[in-house]
Design a protein around this ligand. Structure first.
Ligand SMILES: *Cc1c(COP(=O)(O)O)cnc(C)c1O
Length: 406
């Protein structure tokens, strides 16, 4: 692929109203109109460049949205107060009561809970499938199916969606393909591979400083206009709006994303190779042993690598907890959920971020107790980090325990 997402961000140019090199922050909830007619037109959605009320849109949110649309190569985008605040309106905009969704079964716990327990209130049913099995995906489609939902790299099992293959199925059945690209910004550009809607939790790599939650929906002008419609737009009416001060802050962090992703990926690739050599059950899309390594390669913008997320399975929750506590004691990272921080973050997803998924379903999808999910940080000396992690594993007898070795 020749798509250059960071160039598109770099090529945007906007100044503050006094020539500041950063756009001014719009510190207003409401906006004046010079004529009553323009106010009416704005309500009708016909006055480009006019602002109405900041739940609808604000200059700061538009700047951030345009930068993210440039990154994903979509016509436009709408930012929201959180990743869930982007996912839930998209689903509710695309589906009416009685509609059906086919979703990957390995998705973010909150999205899973929303599709499994919440949309059912509106009689919207979801079939959860192994997204890497395209025949199964297609077989799950019914006459009521409207949406095909997946994550480009899934949480927490790091399954990789064949977006081009899914796009072909979506087109055949007239479905909208919605892809959550939170785990692989810059590395994968789902819209370029056929996704209709691309979602991010900005909370993670894109903002990268673990100081806020945020989200974005990237799509066509037509779809984003629908989401913002004052009469029946899910973003407008559900009200999950990002604050302007925050969007200005996320925009500044976005500018270093290309450098950060390269370092996250470099460090994760290094550790994954070492862990695998040590005989640990390691899952990382950049390893040839990953079942979707070739598919990831065929989709990726090479420069940004295979991302910052990896998992190891060390056999039991007790061992996983002991290792995570020891690594934190030695300042190798934090025992915390979330991802995309400068420090390495680790957690055991079965008992934390994926605890919404019932135990038997966790088993069926291969989410075991001893799984540790790592979001690898920006460590300047990853060799030293590895040596220190290895020592922790040796102290806990993890590397000598045959049951966890492949
Ligand atoms: C964190 C996350 C979300 C939810 O985002 P919030 O900002 O926490 O609301 C959705 N999808 C994925 C893949 C995530 O990692």
């Amino acid at each position: 692929m020749s798509f250059k997402p960071a160039n598109h961000i770099q090529d945007l140019q906007y100044f503050g109203e006094f020539g500041g090199v950063n756009p001014s922050i719009s510190d207003s909830s409401t906006y004046t109109f010079l004529s009553a007619k323009t106010m009416f037109d704005t309500f009708e959605g016909n006055a480009d460049g006019c602002y109405l009320y900041s739940r609808h849109s604000s200059p700061s949110n538009l700047y951030l949205g345009e930068a993210l649309a440039a990154m994903e190569g979509t016509e436009t985008a709408n930012v929201s107060a959180s990743g869930m605040g982007a996912i839930t309106p998209v689903i509710l905009q695309l589906c009416d009561a009685g509609d059906h969704i086919v979703s990957s079964r390995t998705i973010y716990g909150g999205t899973y809970a929303f599709l499994k327990n919440f949309t059912t209130k509106f009689n919207i049913e979801t079939s959860f499938v192994d997204i890497t099995n395209l025949e199964r995906v297609e077989a799950a489609i019914t006459k009521n199916t409207k949406v095909l939902y997946c994550e480009s790299v899934s949480n927490p099992l790091l399954e990789v969606a064949d977006i081009q293959g899914l796009n072909a199925i979506a087109k055949r059945h007239n479905l909208k393909l919605v892809v959550d690209n939170t785990f692989s910004p810059l590395s994968i550009s789902p819209a370029k591979l056929g996704a209709d809607v691309v979602i991010h939790s900005l909370t993670k790599f894109i903002n990268g400083s673990s100081d806020t939650v945020g989200g974005v929906v990237c799509g066509t002008q037509e779809f984003i206009d629908q989401l913002r419609n004052v009469n029946d737009g899910a973003c407008m009416l559900l009200g999950s709006t990002m604050d302007s001060l925050r969007s200005a802050s996320v925009l500044k962090n976005l500018r270093t994303l290309h450098i950060r992703m390269q370092q996250h990926s470099f460090n994760a690739q290094y550790l994954a190779e070492k862990f695998e050599e040590d005989g640990l059950k390691t899952v990382y899309p950049g390893l040839a042993s990953h079942p979707s390594h070739e598919i990831f390669k065929s989709m990726m913008n090479e420069k940004y690598g295979f991302g910052g997320m990896l998992t190891i399975d060390i056999g039991s929750l007790d061992k996983a907890n002991a290792l995570m506590e020891m690594m934190q004691d030695q300042n190798l990272g934090y025992l915390a959920v979330s991802l995309g921080f400068y420090k390495t973050l680790f957690s055991a997803p079965g008992s934390s971020t994926s605890s919404e998924i019932p135990e038997d379903e966790q088993k069926a999808m291969g989410l075991s107790d001893g799984l540790i999910r790592f979001s690898i940080g920006l460590d300047a000396d990853i060799e030293r980090t590895y040596q220190m992690m290895r020592r922790c594993m040796e102290d806990l007898n993890i590397l000598n325990n045959a049951s966890v070795l492949v």
